[in-house]
Design a protein around this ligand. Structure first.
Ligand SMILES: Nc1ncnc2c1ncn2[C@@H]1O[C@H](COP(=O)(O)OP(=O)(O)OP(=O)(O)O)[C@@H](O)[C@H]1O
Ligand SMILES: [Mg+2]
Length: 241
């Protein structure tokens, strides 16, 4: 999304801190989201700029006290989110830990949309109905939380079970809730994380999964009603007069 011209802030609320760790080895030492939740400073001071001007990052920070996030104070989390909302990023993407309790439900309560990445494997998809129930309960509390979609990840086209799981989910859920885009299983993810670079920025000649993320970004722009980035909508040019 940042590469497409949106200003994006990526926030890691998973106490494991893998978003930061996959981009920089020294990141554990830096303060981040959980330091703000613990009252150790102003969250806007912890936001990191990156070499991509449209992309900034808030790492999980020192999360040791919050490894079990089930007794986290929801109002404190939502205050931190409100403060982030006052920054100038057009899109704030908040990665949460697995499951729907603790910090995840607090984040959902303060978000406009939820995107559910779902691994294409038989045990994994059993959590989808529960996730949708939790979202429905949050909406019943009067929160305006939209479902941006369920995006299938780790889809292995050569594996019958992986393909079958995706087909079953598409058949069972209301049309439109599943993203058209799927993220393939590919060893390039391992290479990207060992190099500390997002898959989309791995090379100027995009690898196949990078194209999938480009497509996902376009799909989300549409679903979330984001304006198309300036340099993308400056008209269609015919090839010949
Ligand atoms: N499409 C993919 N193809 C191959 N490997 C992948 C793919 N997506 C993720 N991985 C690998 O699987 C690991 C876990 O992926 P990821 O961090 O996205 O999962 P997660 O569900 O967020 O896990 P966690 O619950 O630990 O946060 C990563 O180390 C990554 O290298
Ligand atoms: Mg994760």
């Amino acid at each position: 999304m940042a590469r497409r011209g949106h200003s994006v802030l990526l926030v890691d609320t998973d106490p494991q801190g893998s978003v930061g760790l996959s981009l920089s080895r020294g990141i554990r030492e830096r303060p981040g989201f959980y330091d703000a939740v613990a009252g150790a400073g102003n969250v806007s001071d912890f936001v990191l700029s990156t070499r991509l001007p449209e992309f900034s990052l808030l790492t999980a920070g020192c999360a040791e006290a919050f490894v079990d996030t089930s007794d986290l104070d929801v109002t404190v989390v939502q205050d931190v989110l409100l403060e982030l909302g006052r920054l100038e990023s057009e899109v704030i993407i908040i990665d949460t830990p697995a499951g729907m309790s603790g910090v995840t439900s607090a984040v959902l309560g303060g978000s406009d949309y939820v995107l559910i990445p779902q691994q294409a494997e038989p045990l994994g998809v059993r959590s989808v109905p529960n996730a949708l129930k939790v979202i429905a309960a949050i909406r019943r509390q009067g929160k305006d939380l939209g479902v941006a979609g369920i995006v299938m990840t780790m889809v292995d086209g050569d594996n019958g079970e992986s393909v079958e799981v995706e087909a079953q989910l598409r058949a069972a859920l209301p049309a439109g809730i599943m993203c058209v885009t799927t993220i393939p299983r590919d060893s390039v993810f391992l290479r990207a994380s060992s190099l500390g670079v997002p898959v989309g920025l791995l090379s100027s000649n995009p690898v196949a999964p990078a194209v999938a993320f480009e497509q996902l970004a376009a799909e989300l722009e549409d679903k979330m009603g984001l304006s198309e980035p300036q340099d993308k909508d400056d008209g269609v040019e015919q090839l010949l007069d």
